[in-house]
Design a binder for this molecule. Structure first.
Ligand code: ADP
Ligand code: ZN
Ligand code: ZN
Length: 720
């Protein structure tokens, strides 16, 4: 008897055995429909065996192997298996995360877009079709002029799809593979000598696994460099995978790719896509047609048989880390992926993660530095600190910043006022008794949103009306404390009544429903007020001033990664100013101008800053010099979560001195949407030992009674 070992999306770390009459080892990697309890579910055939531990009487037969999609290749299975092993998530859960939603169902997948032609019988049929069959005639006569795609045909005859299906059945119409066009590359710039050098280094390493860190200031032309390297890889008839942090950035980047690579088959993969579009692109990559796959973290799982290069743009970005389910890092998986395929990886950043920076300076990665901006006249912006003890802000904005804004207005240039806090004010409080409005589901304050007259929790999304009086003491004069983007927008409107002011944050995006539209309008504004949405990757011609309002909030966090992130973000904001031929200026309001972070920033000295942070981390025993993992427990009842964690520690395998297990502690956001969260942090100087420990531990955790507690492991965690 043949036993199929199937990966199913079930939260237990095993494969499930089924009987099959027809299957062979060649079926490994196919999707399969199987009964599971009372349901039928789709899994992936992971292995074929002759024996099972499950008694014969309890082995159920599969329903059928789904052969409409060719089996997933070995390399893909290896990547998924690595992800499951390293992040300690059940294989079936990783498979589910790695597949587009449509492939998790048994519904047939529509074939990737094809072209259609008229057959000789079709030609006769056209002549014989009476004119009252208008739609059919329209379709056939369009095809009589030559091949066409389904979407072209749709424009000629409504409901072309069902007509096509019937036409194929009767033999009038035949589907054919669309013509393959050769990807070409459009050169856009005379390269700078730094760029040429960088491209030379990267080109030299294209035929093997190798990690390079393309480390260059904003505007140094990193994108241009990887476009050129991609052109070289395409010329060698290989495929390229590009990971980017923001969904919002992919349409613009995709457009740029289409301009620069006419004729290339370019596919995007993000979670925001429609189901069919997503699966079609995925299959184009899987069957080898796609030349370039561009996407967010989930794109790391797109199968590419001819993978020749992986690019991770803004590699330090926290969005590459998955925060639910199997908590993988797409950046780190991209490296594993390239390793499996024997292809190079290029990590790009102006402010690399300390992990990557450490590897690049120690020689494990190839460091490719760029020190100047690509456009001749675009010098790096001058960064100045405004000491708010000397220049106290009025309504959040200091007099020197106001003057600088006024000067830009007078010259017809654009300014950006950046603060990383949306809403009107971050807290509603009673000055009489000290009451502060908290979210009843989270350990967080509710944020005042005056534009919609609501209070909102930014963690769980809960919304409420604004109370008229203090529920504790009845005081009717509640106050909104602090400032968010909405409040700054109003303040600026009062100071500069004639200026065109535009707020760009996720609330504005939601209200206007498209970031691209908002960005289009942004090009014509005098003053932009925005959050990090505006900081990333956008290019505004006339923008010459960036003012930063609440920068200090990143300086004194309990999270050791906060200053690394703060630097990256400030540099990104600074990078918006003066990208073209007008000189840029950045003004940062701070109470701590002497802080080393600011001092490095003013000198554009990420290398010095990172060196100092790395020394501190080495001293204190933090990553990248130790490896971390966390066991988290979530429950409606805080006592239970902690109780589970203590029981888990009690069951931990022998660990010796190689592994430090810290005491259970609540997460910094202890309550989220009514769920209490706590964790145990683990550290080790040895990654393999930590992995061995986690493997044994997680086996025993599945047997630890959980009583209303959900738990998971997070390897290389970034939230605490
Ligand atoms: P980065 O990714 O390093 O921030 P980009 O690749 O986006 O930089 O380049 C910044 C700007 O400089 C873009 O507008 C780009 O078109 C332009 N640019 C890049 N390389 C050159 C070059 N060699 N000559 C002129 N302009 C260039
Ligand atoms: Zn009160
Ligand atoms: Zn909440």
């Amino acid at each position: 008897m043949t036993i199929l070992r199937v990966a199913l999306d079930v939260p237990v770390p095993t494969l499930f055995d089924y009987r099959s009459e027809e299957a062979t080892r060649a079926d490994i990697g196919y999707r399969v429909l199987v009964p599971f309890g009372k349901k039928r579910v789709v899994g992936v055939i992971w292995d074929v065996a002759t024996k099972s531990k499950v008694p014969d009487s309890r082995l159920r037969p599969i329903e059928k192997i789904l052969r409409d999609v060719t089996p997933f290749p070995r390399e893909w299975l290896a990547l998924v298996e690595f992800c499951s092993g390293y992040y300690h998530g059940p294989l079936g859960e990783v498979v589910a995360a790695a597949l587009p939603p449509r492939l998790r169902t048994a519904r047939t997948v529509p074939i990737s877009p094809r072209d259609y032609v008229l057959t000789p019988t079709g030609k006769d049929a056209l002549a014989a079709t009476p004119s009252r069959h208008r739609r059919l005639r329209a379709l056939l006569s369009r095809l009589a002029q030559g091949r066409a795609s389904e979407s072209e045909l749709d424009a000629h005859a409504r409901g072309a799809r069902s007509l096509l299906e019937r036409g194929i059945e009767t033999g009038w119409i035949a589907p054919i593979e669309p013509e393959r066009s050769e990807p070409r590359f459009v050169h856009a710039h005379e390269l700078t000598s730094e760029q040429r050098q960088a491209i030379g280094i990267l080109r030299g390493g294209l035929e093997k696994f190798q990690v390079s860190l393309l480390f260059g200031v904003t505007g140094s032309g990193k994108t241009e460099i990887y476009l050129q390297v991609i052109a070289e890889v395409l010329a060698r008839r290989k495929q390229v995978l590009i990971l980017v942090p923001e969904i919002a950035l992919t349409p613009a980047l995709e457009a740029a790719f289409r301009d620069r690579f006419p004729g290339a088959c370019i596919v995007t993969q993000t979670s925001a896509m429609a189901e069919l579009e997503r699966v079609r692109g995925w299959l184009l990559a899987h069957n080898g047609r796609a030349d370039i796959v561009l996407g967010t973290r989930l794109a790391v799982f797109t199968p590419l048989a001819r993978l020749g290069l992986v690019v991770v743009d803004e590699e330090q970005d926290a969005s590459f880390k998955q925060r639910e389910g199997v908590r993988y890092s797409a950046r780190d998986l991209a490296i594993t992926r390239a390793h499996i395929a024997g292809a190079p990886v290029v990590l790009c950043s102006a402010t690399p993660s300390l992990e990557s920076f450490q590897h690049a300076t120690s020689g494990k990665y190839v460091l490719v530095p760029l020190t100047r901006r690509a456009i001749d006249r675009a010098a790096l912006p001058a960064i100045r600190l405004i000491d708010t003890r000397v220049h106290p802000p009025q309504e959040g904005i200091s007099p020197p910043l106001l003057e600088a804004l006024a000067a830009r207005l007078a010259r017809g240039e654009q300014s950006l006022v950046f603060l990383n806090r949306r809403g009107y004010a971050p807290a509603l409080a009673c000055p009489a008794c000290g009451w502060v409005k908290g979210c009843r589901r989270c350990s967080a304050n509710m944020v005042v949103h005056l534009a919609v007259q609501r209070l909102r929790c930014h963690h769980c999304g809960l919304a409420e009306g604004i109370p008229r009086a203090c529920p504790e003491c009845g005081n009717p004069d509640l106050q909104a404390f602090g400032r968010g983007t909405q409040r700054i927008e109003l303040v600026l409107g009062e100071k500069f009544p004639r200026a065109r002011i535009l707020r760009v944050d996720s609330d504005a995006v939601r209200a206007r429903n498209r970031l691209e539209e908002l960005l289009e309008r942004a090009a014509h504004a005098d003053i932009l007020v925005g959050t990090q949405i505006l900081a990333k990757g956008h290019h505004f011609e006339r923008l010459t001033l960036a003012g930063v309002l609440n920068a200090d909030s990143g300086l004194f966090s309990s999270d050791y990664r906060a200053s690394e992130r703060a630097f990256a973000q400030l540099q990104q904001v600074a990078g918006r100013a003066g990208r073209s031929n007008l000189p840029g200026e950045v003004l940062i309001q701070t109470r701590y101008p002497e802080h080393p972070l600011y001092q490095s920033l003013v000198r554009h000295d990420y290398t010095g800053f990172a060196g100092r942070l790395l020394a501190e981390r080495r001293e204190a025993g933090f990553p990248p010099f130790v490896f971390e993992a966390a066991l988290r427990a979530e429950s409606r009842d805080p006592v239970r979560a902690l109780h589970f964690l203590r029981a888990a520690i009690g069951r931990a395998p022998q660990r010796g001195a190689a592994i430090t297990v810290f005491d259970p502690a609540p997460m910094s956001l202890a309550r989220l949407a009514g769920v209490e969260r706590a964790q145990v942090l683990l550290q080790s100087r040895s990654r393999p030992r930590l992995q061995t420990f986690l493997r044994e531990w997680s086996d025993s955790l599945y047997r630890t009674p959980a009583h209303g507690v959900r738990w998971h492991l997070d390897v290389d965690p970034i939230e605490f």
